[in-house]
Design a protein around this ligand. Sequence first.
Ligand SMILES: NC(=O)C1=CN([C@@H]2O[C@H](COP(=O)(O)OP(=O)(O)OC[C@H]3O[C@@H](n4cnc5c(N)ncnc54)[C@H](O)[C@@H]3O)[C@@H](O)[C@H]2O)C=CC1
Ligand SMILES: O=c1[nH]c(=O)c2[nH+]cn([C@@H]3O[C@H](COP(=O)(O)O)[C@@H](O)[C@H]3O)c2[nH]1
Length: 435
Amino acid sequence: MADDGFSAARLFSQGVSYTYDDVIFLPGYIDFPADAVDLSTRLSRRVTLSVPCFASTMDTVSEAAMASLSAATVFHSNADAETQASILRAASPGTPPPGSSPRPPPTSSAARTPSLIGVTAAADHRPGVPVSEYMTPAPRTASAAFLADEGLDFVPLISDGTGDVVVDLITALDVERIRSYPKLGTPSLGADGRFVVAAAIRTREEDKRRLEMLVKEGANAIVIDSSQGNSVYQLDMIKYAKRMYPEVDLIGGNVVTVAQAQNLIAAGVDGLRVGMGSGSICTTQEVCAVGRGQATAVYKVAQYAKDHDVPVIADGGISNSGHIVKALTLGASTVMMGSFLAGSLEAPGVYEYKLDADIPNSEGNNNRQILCCSANSTWLGHYCFDHKAIDTVLAEVKGWRAKWSVQKSFDLSAASQLLRCLTTGSLSMSWRSYS
Ligand SMILES: NC(=O)C1=CN([C@@H]2O[C@H](COP(=O)(O)OP(=O)(O)OC[C@H]3O[C@@H](n4cnc5c(N)ncnc54)[C@H](O)[C@@H]3O)[C@@H](O)[C@H]2O)C=CC1
Ligand SMILES: O=c1[nH]c(=O)c2[nH+]cn([C@@H]3O[C@H](COP(=O)(O)O)[C@@H](O)[C@H]3O)c2[nH]1
């Protein structure tokens, strides 16, 4: 076969560090449909994911709702250990999706474990009337047609063989998502049937207690969260965690060089997180003068780690689907994303809209004003040069809010955000060509 390209081995041995945007791949040959591609991968040695993307350990991105994304999420440690453990607990599949407020379905109270006898819709509720008089008998299937026919916004999911115990609620939104996006409809589930979740710890003494609580809450993997993983503190924590909880996968990092990776792998990590200064808000390269172009870092670490069967997470700097393709092609098993998912419905942060506007000041000149507003219209701040124009500004904001509600009615879920990326075809094409 004619080869007029430049191999990765050659490219990355020139003493130059490349970012994602510095490299581009040559196209291969397509002989398969996009939906034939299996996107499943490994987060770490023993934890598998249905898609190769998951959410960053950041308090603006990863809390319980993000776990309903088909990929995994890493719960941040910017909270006390109890709060973090409760976020992990809330991520069980029995937790209703954000924004929905399903009422408990009627159950028979005679049994010790309540068993399901029917479902009701909000409009049906009649105070003082026994629920059995207006409920619909318990459905066995959750289909879009069933929901529409019955006028319900959710149906309960009943476990097999345990006496009609309700284990989950399937909402109309879930059904719609599964129907439109069959690939992403397959969530990443652990052996216990719960969403795959990981949680972050740091390397201080008090993190040993945090670690214990997170393991008790069923974390599938623990991420030791540091901008520079190759430290005596992290090595000690890895050894401690592996000794105390050998059943839990441990992800170390962050690293960008083979020397760093060597130390962490020797200490026993099951996964490596790669990226120093690659994140959208990262200041490591400016503040600490260390780091590496993310394409080079992923390639170098992944080359070494694959010989030790340690999956690599490419962390940070993903701002388009091409970056995901590049990270995976260069050897990462998954990508970790912060800003890419921060604006989605599942993210805990408030929506913040920044708008530029030309608004006349008292002298009749136009001043550029930058307005910041959260989704519920709480002012986060505004910067205008002429305070007398504030009334005008507020009037403008009113107009914009109308537009925002239209914008918000678009599907901004993290799942669809990812799907748009993963179904572009470029991913499947490159995967097939380069794997
Ligand atoms: N990927 C990236 O490039 C970056 C990520 N971050 C994120 O910011 C957060 C904080 O990261 P870092 O500042 O690196 O946190 P860190 O906790 O790893 O380090 C902070 C400082 O504490 C020291 N330290 C850690 N454990 C210690 C112990 N047991 N005894 C004494 N000293 C100890 C470290 O040596 C370091 O000087 C993390 O969430 C990280 O992911 C921050 C910067 C860059
Ligand atoms: O310099 C930093 N200061 C911070 O406060 C910080 N918080 C997160 N991170 C890192 O950025 C990653 C997410 O990057 P993206 O938004 O580009 O996906 C994350 O996954 C982290 O590796 C930080 N870096």
